[in-house]
Design a protein around this ligand. Sequence first.
Ligand code: SF4
Length: 300
Amino acid sequence: MKVISITPRGFCYGVVDAMEMVKRVATDPKTPRPIYILGQLVHNHFMVERLNQYGVTSLENTASRLDLLDRVNEGTVIFTAHGVSPQVKEKARAKGLNCVDTTCPDVDKTHVLIRKLVSAGYEILYIGRKGHPEPEGAIGEAPDHVHLIQDAEDLDRVQLSQTDKVAVTTQTTLSRWDTEELVERIRQRYPSVEVHTEICQATQLRQEAAVRQSVEADVVFIVGDTHSSNSNRLVDVVRNQAGKKAVFLIDGVADIRPEMLDGATVAAVTAGSSTPSDITREVIRFLQSYEPTASSNPSV
Ligand code: SF4
C-alpha cells in the first residue's frame, strides 16, 4: 500500500525537554525517593510504561493535580509539561517535597499572560478542554477571573463581573479552526475583546501538515493515545478541514483492523506530539507492506 508519512509529526520540543529532565532526575542518586509524576508526563501509555522502568511512578489522571498531591507525602514530585496552578506548587512546598517542574515554556507563557491581564483588571475567557490538566493549571492563576469556555453553550452561560476589559486566551493544543469559530462568537458578544491565541507552533505545524498532506489519502491514521488532546484535535482537523471520512485514532499497529483499509490504496499517517516515534514507524512499516487484497490482521 502507498503510505504518505506526514511531517512534521510526533514529539514536540516541550515533550522532548520534559523527557530529558525526568531521565536526568531519575538517574541522579541524589534525587530524593520515591519519585512521582503528578499525572502522566505526556498523555501516552507507552511513555508511562517506559518511565516506570526508570523507577518513576506516574499518578493516574483521575483527579485534579491538587487532589493527586494528597497521594504524595515524601520524595520528589514532577510537574508535567501541561503546567500546574500556583496552589499545586504551594501545597507541594508546604509538604516539604522536592519539586521538579517540566512545564513547557509555551504553557508558561500563557500563565504569565494571564497574571498580567488579571492584574490589569481583565476578565479572561480561556478556551480549552474540560478535565484536561493544562486549563486546570492556567485557570488556577486567577480562578475568580478566568472562565473556561469549551463550546458555545459555555459562552452563553458565562457571567462576567464586568465587560469593559475582556480578553481571550487558549489552551496550547487546540485546533486553530475550531478556536477561530469560538473567538468569532466571543467578538460578537464582546466587540472590544482582546484576543491572545496561544496555540503553540508545534501543534499548528502538525495540524496544517496533516490537513495539507492527507489530501490524496483514502484512509488516515493518527497514532496517539485517546487521552491526548493534540492527537484528538488532529483527528478533528483531518475530518473537518481535509474532509476525510476514514480517519482513525490508533494506539499502535495492533489497533489496525482489515476493515479500516477496505478499498483503500493510499494511507496517510501522522502522530500526536506525545507519541513515541518508534510506535509510529511500526504503523508506517506495517501499512507499506500491506497488500490491499490481503485480509491479514496485524494483531494476530
Ligand atoms: S504541544 Fe506545544 S505546548 Fe504542549 S508540550 Fe508540545 S510544544 Fe509545549
